[in-house]
Design a protein around this ligand. Structure first.
Ligand code: HEC
Length: 406
């Protein structure tokens, strides 16, 4: 497809994806907050109706009084609102974006030949394998241990190991940026699968049994509520890690780092701890949860530790070595660009609509070229053309001396 149209498709899908995710995660945060703030009603009326908890809130010029029935009201209202399109549309738009960016252009974005020199078909299959395998492992762990004694701790411990291993493996196989995104996509896929495979079908069974008019076994139905709650609680702990993985792949100083898998994993873990802080805080003022602050403190401490561990202060490698020396000539720069860039930014192919096969093209993009090649080192993409550090320095010294075209 035309690179120009592909850029539009990418942008529009990203827009849709962020909107659907706001809708999903927004409602998911709201329900976690609501559940933790419900108070047992005193009124005999409400108790008799089956209301197990209620809260009062003021918002947008009116008062709200949501009530939660456990397990269900005596009669199910026919106009039930179901929450699932928020989740499904997040997954569908996210997967479409992943396809447009990483699968469509696998040889550019997914594959880093210095890590693993394989065909696009192989790399794509492996990436899709990550999504399927993670769901399979997570679901199995939940089924085996979820409802045992201390089950939730066992599930959490095992899943931390699985995510750490998957982060490590993804960073061995795929280009750094793709690896980060893939780890996020893999967890996000499990979140949507929780909704699709367990939560919604479980709720449908409960509603069907209760509206059928026939006698039903309440004990047998309770498992659907229990499992739905379990999976939706897991989803809440996945949210901050996933959002971190999705955003961090825009920061090359993270995904090009030699220890990138560890950075990704530690920051995701910090996100889960910080989410736990919010979950506990909702119930803390009602005396339902323990002090939430240790979770926030450890989460923030981990982030600070990563920032300090990665800090470039004291090492001289971050500044272009010979920026101060005699500036490189345009002829030197042109020779670097001709060799290292034109395969993707020339007459045939113009990635991101950047063309560097003319003086005007180089002039127009000079600042961006300097940023991409010398500062963030994102270009050449996955260093497909084998640029050297001296050549990066050549571009830096030319740009910093005024980017002259003669
Ligand atoms: C293997 C293909 C490939 C090579 C070689 C390559 N690029 Fe790129 N370039 C891309 C792709 C793909 C993008 C779009 C990146 C994105 O969307 O994040 C891009 C984007 C860019 C951008 C725009 C970045 C932005 O987000 O604004 C600049 C500038 C750029 N490249 C410069 C260069 C320079 C200079 C070289 C040579 C030193 C080079 N590229 C070599 C594939 C390549």
């Amino acid at each position: 497809m035309d690179a120009y149209l592909l850029d539009w498709l990418n942008l529009l899908l990203r827009w849709v994806h962020v909107i659907t995710v706001i809708a999903w995660i927004g409602s998911s945060f709201y329900f976690v907050f609501l559940d933790n703030n419900l108070l047992k009603p005193n009124s005999p009326d409400l108790l008799e109706k089956g209301v197990d908890g209620a809260m009062w809130a003021v918002h947008g010029g009116g008062f709200y009084n949501p009530q939660k029935y456990m397990v269900a009201p005596k009669k199910i209202h026919t106009k039930l609102h179901w929450f699932y399109w928020e989740s499904y549309s997040s997954w569908l738009s996210g997967f479409a974006l992943f396809t447009v960016l990483y699968l469509w252009n696998a040889s550019t974005y997914l594959i880093d030949k210095s890590l693993m020199d394989w065909s696009p078909a192989m790399a794509i299959s492996a990436a899709l394998g990550f999504l399927v395998a993670f769901w399979f492992v997570y679901d199995t762990v939940c089924r085996l241990f979820g409802f045992k004694k201390n089950g939730e701790l066992i599930v959490a411990g095992l899943m931390l190991c699985v995510v750490a291993f998957a982060s490590w493996l993804a960073c061995q196989l795929f280009a750094g940026r793709a690896a980060f995104l893939l780890v996020g996509a893999m967890i996000a896929t499990a979140m949507s699968a929780n909704v699709f495979v367990w939560i919604i079908p479980g709720q449908r069974k409960v509603v069907a049994a209760m509206t059928s008019g026939e006698k039903y076994d309440a004990m047998a139905l309770a498992i659907h509520g229990k499992r739905g709650k379990q999976r939706s609680v897991h989803n809440t702990y996945f949210t901050l890690p996933v959002i971190f993985a999705m955003l961090s792949n825009h920061y090359s100083f993270l995904y090009t780092h030699p220890q990138r898998w560890l950075i990704l994993f530690v920051l995701m873990f910090a996100g889960a701890l910080i989410r736990q802080f919010f979950v506990q805080r909702h119930g803390y003022h009602l005396g339902r949860a323990k002090n939430p602050w240790p979770f926030a403190a450890v989460g923030v401490a981990l982030i600070v530790a990563v920032i300090l561990a990665m800090a470039p202060w004291g090492s001289s490698s971050s500044a272009p070595a010979n920026a101060q020396a005699k500036p490189a000539t345009f002829a030197q720069v042109k020779s670097v660009i001709d060799q290292r860039c034109l395969s993707c930014h020339g007459a045939q192919v113009q990635m991101k609509n950047v063309r560097l096969d003319s003086l005007e093209g180089i002039q127009l993009n000079a600042q961006n070229v300097y940023q991409q090649v010398s500062v963030t080192k994102q270009m050449p993409m996955n260093n497909a053309t084998g640029i050297t550090q001296e050549e990066r320095d050549t571009i830096a010294s030319w740009y910093l001396a005024g980017a002259k075209l003669d």
